[in-house]
Ligand binder design. Structure first.
Ligand code: AMP
Ligand code: MG
Length: 417
């Protein structure tokens, strides 16, 4: 087991060799946010035939070449083509057909005049402009051609992709399975959110924030509840989560007398890969796996609420995204200017919870206040995590730094006047 490793090295150890989970078939209506496991080739041409893009009249452009406002052309109305219908016969030279949006163009017609530019006079239609050939016609296959790969393996399914799949007749789709995460809370002081906190008890709030972080990363969750600080209870708790893809516990992972997480994991056969990452918050982070590759990947997160969330963000989230098949594992990064001076001891990389404000041409980051790893409000107010490099002891106001953007919406903030 390695200890005291750098953030980048820990991330590499967590991610290396991890592949997306196997595929499963799900209803397309339930596939939002999932990732295609196989490329999708179309069995259809869309539109299947040349069709009208407007409500109006199908014509041959040459029949109206001389039409103008001062000298309109009149054509007899031969038949009507409704959307979903078809022409009873080809359009003969010198005829017009009533046509509606999406209806197939009759053979012989090559253009559509929108109804706003024609006047129906009983069985005759009066045109006062010459259409360009092909005007208001959607060409067969202009969207999709049969046989064409329209979505690649690895494509993330958003609203447009789901609509496209449906238009190809795909009511089910093959996507990577969602990772399933079991969450265990450890600590003698912990109670559930609706229980009494008298006598120094605290709510096991990590189970809430971590489960929400899992859901945001596309995982499903199972709450294993609270285990007291005894090896036997922890063993029972962890054992209940061995069927998950990822097992996440919080607390009890440090070096105190009541921190039994690591020995219990080892007793269960988990091989610990590292303990201790040179970062703040979150030093005691522990990661391990089972040698036969059958058990879950295991994270022992620190118990402090901010440490648990930040280590999840930096290590568990990218792993869950990878397992779910996602290509992009990182947050957007922003180069910012410090709105105030930050200081720390050199040696560990800090992740400072900051707000982000657009000021003129630059983004300005300011601390969300008390950065203690027990102050969950610092995280609740945070729009980003500012990376305070390990070697630095001070970042002066006006200096630049990188921020991992947690809340994409801030990027849409308007530029101030
Ligand atoms: P530990 O890692 O066990 O020393 O816990 C560090 C701190 O995190 C202590 O103040 C704990 O009370 C707190 N803590 C531990 N588990 C949780 C949890 N599930 N939710 C919220 N806070 C916790
Ligand atoms: Mg504890």
């Amino acid at each position: 087991m390695r200890t005291g490793i750098e953030v980048d090295e820990a991330r590499r150890l967590v991610l290396s060799g991890r592949a997306p989970l196997a595929a499963e078939v799900v209803a397309t209506t339930a596939a939002l946010g999932r990732v295609l496991a196989l490329p999708v080739a179309s069995g259809r041409t869309l539109p299947p035939a040349d069709c009208s893009a407007m409500d109006g009249y199908a014509v041959r452009a040459t029949d109206l070449a001389a039409a103008r406002r001062s000298a309109p052309c009149r054509l007899p109305l031969a038949f009507e083509v409704p959307a979903g219908g078809s022409a009873p016969r080809p359009l003969r030279p010198g005829e017009a057909a009533r046509i509606f949006t999406g209806a197939p163009l009759p053979a012989g017609a090559d253009s559509v005049v929108m109804q706003e530019e024609a006047v129906a006079e009983g069985a005759v239609v009066c045109f006062s402009a010459a259409p360009a050939r092909g005007e208001h016609v959607r060409a067969a296959g202009e969207d999709v051609r049969a046989g064409e790969v329209v979505l690649a393996a690895g494509a993330r399914l958003g609203p447009a992709q789901l609509g496209l799949l449906a238009s190809l007749g795909r009511s089910v789709v093959r996507v990577h399975r969602r990772p399933h995460v079991a969450i265990l809370s450890g600590g003698d002081e912990l109670v559930e959110a609706d229980e009494d906190v008298a006598g120094g008890r605290i709510v096991a709030s990590n189970a809430y924030s971590l489960a929400a972080q899992c859901l945001e990363a596309g995982a499903t969750t199972m709450n294993l509840g609270i285990a007291r600080d005894t090896p036997a209870e922890l063993e029972r708790g962890f054992s209940a989560g061995l069927g998950a893809d990822v097992l996440v516990s919080s607390a009890g992972v440090s070096v105190g007398d009541h921190d039994h997480v690591r020995p219990v994991l080892e007793k269960l056969g988990c091989r610990l890969v590292f303990f201790g990452v040179a970062m703040k918050p979150g030093y005691p982070l522990t990661f391990g796996h089972f040698d036969d590759g059958r058990g879950p990947l295991v994270f022992g997160l620190p118990g402090n609420p901010v440490s648990a969330m930040v280590t999840f963000e930096l290590f568990v989230r990218p792993l869950l995204l990878r397992l779910g098949g996602h290509a992009v594992l990182t947050r957007p990064q922003l180069r910012v200017v410090l709105g105030e001076t930050l200081r720390k001891k050199s040696g560990r990389q800090h992740f400072v919870r900051v707000t982000l404000a657009r000021e003129g041409a630059q983004w300005v980051a300011r601390s969300t206040g008390n950065q203690s790893s027990g102050v969950l409000r610092s995280m609740a107010l945070a729009q980003g995590l500012l990376v305070f490099p390990a070697a630095a002891g001070e970042l002066a106001a006006g200096e630049s730094a990188d921020v991992l953007v947690l809340d994409r919406d801030v990027l849409a903030a308007p530029e101030p006047p």
